[in-house]
Ligand binder design. Structure first.
Ligand code: FCB
Length: 450
């Protein structure tokens, strides 16, 4: 096989999120988030597990940054916990919360690791949820205030800002299927939430204009699910087109072209899920132009026509025992990453792209010497890196790649049962140990390819 070489400046890294790794949920004035409330509600997560301690990163960030340096990471994507910065979600700023992120960022800079900060990775302050959460339009304004508070402290040191992580998941898994906090089951609410998330993104981008002087850039991370028709039948192909509208275009269009796709507005209206979009919101979204787009990719979706006109499509889930699935039951389909990148490149105005998450959970088993030789994860990453490389060879302006995840961590509703880390975490002792994939990744970074 021909070697895959990446550009010298390619921003190899790893990603995490606050609630999944920090722990220390009631320290230094942190307020409650919707994930604290949700995970402490019986029946919501695997064995009732919570992020109360997680990887204890809040206390161990120095050791963790040292580990990142040993790995040779060039960037590290983390998220800022809104309830640490503003325990009530609005109003009073909790300085010790900001101090933590300042210490973390300084530690990263000392280690020559580029900080990539996500402002919202799903941990809404609970007091805002009590006031309607993302269903309430005011939350967008509170988000912009929170964003500005963080910019004021850190814009001189953070290179890349990501307003939101995967607004599709926050909207629909949080408010339609109810598997994530806040656990609602209301499609109409979910669509309204998606609009308020996108509005809040636009508002934060507007606020960022005053902080551009320090050289940072701002974008958003969207999850991409390439949607393939399950058969060649016309109705399945049409369903796949609508599924793409729902998962992908509903977010790509406003963020990259400034307005929602008309066909999806009509579809949501037809279903009675149509969001209220004020003229000034549309204007705000139209004006917000981003510097880069973050792409998260895990799997494609196979789509067929729905059994009822009250849905847009049906997803055909892989058989649980099918070969080629990760421990999440997600199909391993590296070409989907290429497809997502090329599609954005061809169909939208050009912006630099970053893969801000990609990775896999497997049933890691230590060998008799205690080491985890996670060959499947190495193969998974190699396959996806190659597809990214292929897209770049065809002109895609991909600037970096953050592996999900640095550590095994709190995988939301799956608790600690699903391990995505390239570094193993023993949740009893908090020992971190490199899996084979971490060793392999270090070589990839050091050689800028493989
Ligand atoms: C993504 C999330 C991330 C992690 C991975 C497996 O949807 O952004 O926090 O849970 O999935």
């Amino acid at each position: 096989m021909a070697p895959a070489r990446f550009p010298e400046s390619f921003l190899w890294g790893a990603a995490t999120a606050a609630y999944q790794i920090e722990g220390a949920v009631s320290e230094d004035g942190r307020g409650e988030s919707i994930w604290d409330r949700f995970s402490h509600t019986p029946g919501k997560t695997f064995q009732g597990q919570t992020g109360d301690v997680a990887c204890d990163h809040y206390h161990r960030y120095r050791e963790d940054v040292a580990l990142m340096r040993d790995l040779g990471l060039r960037s590290y994507r983390f998220s800022v916990a809104w309830p640490r910065v503003m325990p009530q979600g609005s109003g009073r700023v909790n300085s010790p919360g900001l101090d933590f992120y300042e210490r973390l960022v300084d530690e990263l800079l000392d280690a020559r690791i580029v900080p990539v900060a996500t402002l919202y990775h799903w941990d809404l302050p609970q007091p805002l949820q009590d006031g309607g959460g993302w269903q309430n339009r005011d939350t967008a304004r509170y988000f912009a205030d929170y964003a500005e508070t963080v910019f004021r402290r850190l814009a001189d040191r953070v290179a890349l800002w990501i307003t939101h992580n995967e607004p599709w998941v926050a909207s629909f898994v949080g408010h339609a299927t109810g598997e994530h906090a806040p656990g609602l089951r209301d499609d109409r609410a979910a669509v309204q939430v998606s609009h308020h998330l996108l509005l809040s993104h636009a508002e934060a981008v507007r606020v960022f204009a005053d902080y551009r002087g320090s050289g940072g850039a701002i974008g958003i991370t969207l999850i991409q699910y390439p949607c393939h028709s399950y058969t060649d039948r016309a109705e399945d192909r049409e369903a796949a087109r609508l599924a793409d509208g729902h998962f992908n275009r509903w977010f790509l269009d406003p963020v990259l072209t400034g307005s929602y796709p008309q066909d999806m507005i009509e579809q949501y209206d037809r279903l009675g899920w149509g969001p209220e979009i004020r003229a000034e919101d549309a204007e705000s979204i139209r004006r917000a132009s981003i510097d880069f787009l973050g792409v998260n990719y895990y799997f494609r979706r196979l789509i067929r026509a729905p059994g009822s006109t009250a849905r847009l499509f049906e997803t055909v889930e892989p058989q649980a025992d099918a070969p080629g699935l990760t421990a999440m039951g997600w199909e391993i389909h590296p070409e989907g990453l290429y497809e997502a990148l090329i599609r954005i490149h061809r169909e939208y105005p050009r912006v630099p792209l970053y893969v801000t998450e990609n990775g896999a959970a497997f049933e890691d088993r230590p060998d008799s010497d205690g080491r985890i030789r996670d060959q499947e994860r190495v193969e998974y990453l190699r396959g996806h890196f190659l597809q990214a490389h292929r897209a770049m060879a065809e002109g895609v302006d991909l600037r970096g790649y953050q592996v999900w995840s640095l550590y095994d961590n709190f995988e939301w509703a799956y608790g600690y049962a699903k391990r995505f880390g390239i570094v193993h975490v023993d949740f009893h002792t908090q020992d971190r140990s490199w899996k084979q994939s971490a060793e392999w990744y270090r070589e990839v970074i050091a050689g800028n390819g493989f």
